[in-house]
Design a protein around this ligand. Structure first.
Ligand SMILES: *[C@@H]1O[C@H](CO)[C@@H](O)[C@H](O)[C@H]1NC(C)=O
Ligand SMILES: *[C@@H]1O[C@H](CO)[C@@H](O)[C@H](O)[C@H]1NC(C)=O
Ligand SMILES: *[C@@H]1O[C@H](CO)[C@@H](O)[C@H](O)[C@H]1NC(C)=O
Length: 377
């Protein structure tokens, strides 16, 4: 004992060693505290499948506290994977949204999805910051989600999108985040969280009128795997959309890294998807380096970074004085520095043409949208 005290007084390496180990133990304890509390509160991992409120609570923790960064990356990656299906990439290429405004198209997609999904978290954050629940804003959160889903359905209604392509995209939104997180994050996802994601996206899929959503996560997984094995094949439009997306991703990094960046993206793809995009396989060293770097990040987070105190919420907690929602931060060059109206998100040619409805079932596409939908089916 006196040996340790002497060491501490002498600023010896042992001093620093003890402090380091103690700090790591504290971080690890706080890191797991939130998920341990949830697992204790909801011992039955299938509960989120029957109770949407519970699913939202778990999703919010997953998204806003536990994995705020890689969860978003995994959704971007999920979108990217859908471009390997020629019937999807053809529609996107024909819409020219990627040629003219890849960034705007990406932000519009992200903000529509966040408006649909962040209501629970916004209420949580407002309540924490302001010390009380703002009941009017809670109602407005529901309204924002409804406008966003109406907007999504309205825009989709203008394109002849196959039902199966909707379902495949939905499947990736359910399955890609847990798969990414299990490979690359500071802890693995739990069955409780996987079921919450499944329940929540099933609900969104129904609001989008997507047909034949499988009843279980396992069936969804099997269906998506089979669909991908049949339909993820090479087509020129896959490459055009993928290149535009990779260019946007790499716009955040200095240009001398771009060659490596493409190899790093390739390292995260399966051989099937590489073939569909016509992207060459990475040198073996790159795959090892990319995986080791992501793994090192995970360990650093687990042992050195204390968890967040406030939830990570990207959409505005409330509208500004001009009834616009200003995002809390911009990932790329800001598309909406002064905020957006939800009914204006999406292609400029459909600007403000959304038939906004507030009834819960939501979907009221215009007659032209209905025609396109009929064509899609
Ligand atoms: C869902 O769970 C919440 C929170 O535990 C509870 O208040 C609510 O009554 C449950 N709803 C149903 C339909 O069981
Ligand atoms: C988009 O740009 C690519 C190359 O920049 C070009 O090959 C393609 O034809 C363009 N697509 C449309 C729809 O304009
Ligand atoms: C909203 O506030 C900003 C500054 O905070 C001001 O410049 C602007 O004129 C205001 N707009 C309205 C419609 O009141």
């Amino acid at each position: 004992m006196s040996f340790i005290l002497n060491a501490l007084q002498r600023h010896s390496p042992i001093n620093y060693g003890i402090a380091l180990v103690a700090y790591m133990a504290v971080v690890r304890f706080f890191r797991y505290r939130r998920i341990n509390a949830l697992l204790k509160k909801y011992p039955d991992p299938t509960l989120p499948l029957r109770n949407l409120t519970v699913a939202k609570e778990i999703f919010s923790t997953f998204n806003d506290y536990e994995f705020p960064y890689l969860n978003v990356v995994s959704l971007e990656f999920a979108l990217f994977k859908t471009y390997a299906i020629p019937s999807i990439s053809k529609i996107l290429a024909a819409s020219r949204e990627f040629n003219n405004s890849c960034l705007k198209r990406t932000d519009d997609t992200v903000f529509i999805l966040l408006e649909m999904n962040e209501g629970f978290s916004r209420n949580l954050k407002r309540t924490m910051v302001e010390g009380k629940v703002d009941a009017d804003e809670v109602l407005n959160d529901e309204k924002r989600a409804e406008i966003a889903i109406d907007r999504l359905n309205y825009i989709h209604g203008h394109y002849a999108i196959k039902q199966e392509d909707y379902l495949y995209t939905l499947a990736l939104f359910m399955l890609e985040p847990p798969s990414f997180i299990d490979q690359f994050e500071w802890r693995k996802s739990t069955e409780l969280e996987q079921n919450a994601l499944f329940a929540l996206w099933t609900e969104q899929g129904k609001a989008m009128n997507i047909q034949n959503i499988p009843e279980t996560k396992e069936e969804m997984e099997a269906w998506a795997e089979e669909y991908e094995s049949k339909y993820a094949v090479h087509a020129p439009t896959n490459g055009i959309i993928a290149d535009a997306t990779i260019a946007l991703l790499l716009s955040l990094a200095p240009s001398f890294t771009h060659g490596f960046g493409v190899q790093a993206v390739s390292a995260l793809l399966t051989p099937r998807l590489r073939a569909a995009f016509n992207i060459p396989p990475p040198p073996r060293g790159v795959t090892t380096l990319v995986r080791a770097t992501i793994r090192a990040r995970a360990l650093f987070i687990r042992y050195f970074m204390l968890p967040r105190r406030l939830p990570h919420v990207r959409t505005a907690l409330r509208a500004n004085n001009e009834s616009k929602y200003v995002p809390s931060y911009h990932k790329y060059k800001p598309v909406y520095p002064d905020g957006y109206r939800i009914e204006d998100l999406g292609p400029t040619k459909y600007l403000g043409k959304c038939p906004v409805s507030f009834h819960p079932s939501g979907i009221t596409p215009s007659s032209s949208a209905k025609d396109a939908e009929t064509k899609a089916l």
